[in-house]
Each structure stands twice: as C-alpha cells, then as structure tokens.
Design a protein around this ligand. Sequence first.
Ligand SMILES: O=P(O)(O)OC[C@@]1(O)O[C@H](CO)[C@@H](O)[C@@H]1O
Length: 364
Amino acid sequence: MAYQFPALTSEQKKELSEIAQRIVAHGKGILAADESVGTMGNRLQRIKVENTEENRRQFREILFTVDTSINQSIGGVILFHETLYQKDSQGKLFRNILKEKGIVVGIKLDQGAAPLAGTNKETTIQGLDGLSQRCAQYKRDGADFGKWRAVLRIDNQCPSSLAIQENANALARYASICQQNGLVPIVEPEVIPDGDHDLEHCQYVTEKVLAAVYKALNDHHVYLEGTLLKPNMVTAGHACTKKYTPEQVAMATVTALHRTVPAAVPGICFLSGGMSEEDATLNLNAINLCPLPKPWKLSFSYGRALQASALAAWGGKAANKKATQEAFMKRAVANCQAAQGQYVHTGSSGTASTQSLFTASYTY
Ligand SMILES: O=P(O)(O)OC[C@@]1(O)O[C@H](CO)[C@@H](O)[C@@H]1O
C-alpha cells in the first residue's frame, strides 16, 4: 500500500530529480563558492587582500565570467546569500551569468554551529526556523538547490550518538523543507579531518554517520532521487603518521558509501576538506576507478580545492584576471576528468595546487 500522506507530487519529484541529474551529468561537479563573509576573510587574508564586499565581489566576478566552456565541467555553483544578489561590473546579476552558461544556481542555507551541551564540544547546525520562507524566496530568486553542512569530529567520545542523531535529524528536516520548495537539498554531513586517527577509524565513523543520515532522510519522507550527498572522503586524520595511497582512500571511501548510501541517490559530490588541489583530484580519480559497485555519480563539490590556485594567481589585482581564470579552469577540467576516472597526473602542477589547504578546527 502506498503511503497515505505523500510529501511531494509526481511533478515536484520530476523537477527535483531532473535538477539533481543535471548538476552531475557527464563528469560535472559543483563549485562551492558559498564561503560566508568570515570564511572568505580567512581566504583573502592568506593573499593579503582586505575582506571587503567589493573584493569578494571582484574575485567571484572573475570566476563566474570565465569562458562558457566551464559548463562542461561545472554543473552547479553554490552561492552565499550576499553573492546571490551581487552583480558584475556591467550590472548583470551573477546568478543570471551562471544560468546563461547552463549552470544550476545553489544557495547555502545553514546558519552556523551551536553547542550541544553535555558533549565534548560537539555541535548541531542552526537555520531551521524560517527555512521554508527563505527557500521559497531563494527559489523565486533563481536558486534550484540548497546546501546544509553538518560537522562531526573524531575525538575522545566523538562523534557521540547524540551528535550523530541530532545532526542527521537536522539534515533530514532541512532536506524535506528544501524539497517542499523545489530546491534539491545537498546533504553534507562532514566528518572533519582533524585528529590522528587512521583510515580504518575514519571509515568506521563515516559509515555510522551516513547510516544515521539515510535513516533520518527515510523517516522524513525525503525523495532520495531529488537529493545529492556531499560527504568527506574517507581519509586518515591530518595528524596521523601513517600515509595512505589514493587507491587505499578510494577503497575505504567506496566501501563506506556502498554500505550506507542507497542506489536511488543520483550523485555523491565530495567536499575537499583541506586536501591540496592535486590530492583532491587524484583521490577522486582513484574513487572512480575503484573496482566496487558504484551506482551513483561520484563527483566533486569543492571549495578550497577549486579556488586555491585561482586565489593565489589573482592576489587582489584586476590585471591578473586571465591567469586567475586559467587556474580555475585547469582545476575544473582536471576534476571533471577525475569524476570519470580519466585524470592523468602530468607532474607539472604549480606549487599552489600541491599545498595542503588544511586549517585545524575549521569553522565557517
Ligand atoms: O572543504 P571544501 O571543499 O573547501 O569546502 C566544503 C564546503 O562545504 O565548506 C565551505 C564552507 O562552508 C564551503 O565553501 C563549501 O561548500
């Protein structure tokens, strides 16, 4: 017997699954350009550029006005609220520039972490109050997908079952509200790489977290075909002394996903989590070559690993526009190849692309 109170009509489901599939079609992935004002400040500080609205706008204008062929590699761009309403120097809204390139526009919907009392400094994510109204407005303003990032840390007694359950439930509530408003929810439960744990421990925790997330999504009647997952890759903690190959990372990652993520999910777009640009690409390539069943598209939704070389090339100077766009295009194309298991490392990457982008206790 079908469920008595269907959450979505067949038209709504069709729209959501078409949006999700467009974003990850043919090796395409997502540019996560949704850094909040504070996070963007940290990025700009690294290149000694002041964190003003105009500087943030200028960098993003350079990214979004890159050659239209970017649409072969990038299927969606996640924006922060401020950026959704910003314009290029000719007065054209960024969101229209992206849409004209055939790129789907997304919006960051979570509103930061709040402490979970009685835990070892664990958090839940805020932003559920008024979320439906915000989603409806963003949909009217051209967004077709949303993003909500939950953070889980591996440490003494962490993640606790309270943190896992609470964050899974908030992600499911968010996903359900998004779908009611025509937005594809990107579900992002990030197990952050802080710590000295090994690969096996990260795999164990990632499996527990993903299993809880998919149970909660099912409880909340979320239509999985109209969602995308944005998980961490399974890696050892940043301070772990043992090093693992991309093939080992790939096997641990795909094993964890295979055990927990239903085949109805159209795409899994990894976050880069402080890996260098080159490592993020090599790991993604190995994941796509991993000899386990992979019923979903395995792609990218990188923030740092798509923008680090571009930011370094820009350095806050308009005269560096061409070099900035070339650096961005290079990473986008490399990741698109990796999302199809076709990336060949040439060994000629610049320094910026091999530098670790890890920041301890990364908050947003
Ligand atoms: O780990 P990365 O790939 O740099 O960024 C992942 C991410 O979820 O975190 C950032 C802050 O919210 C966002 O810009 C981005 O969407």
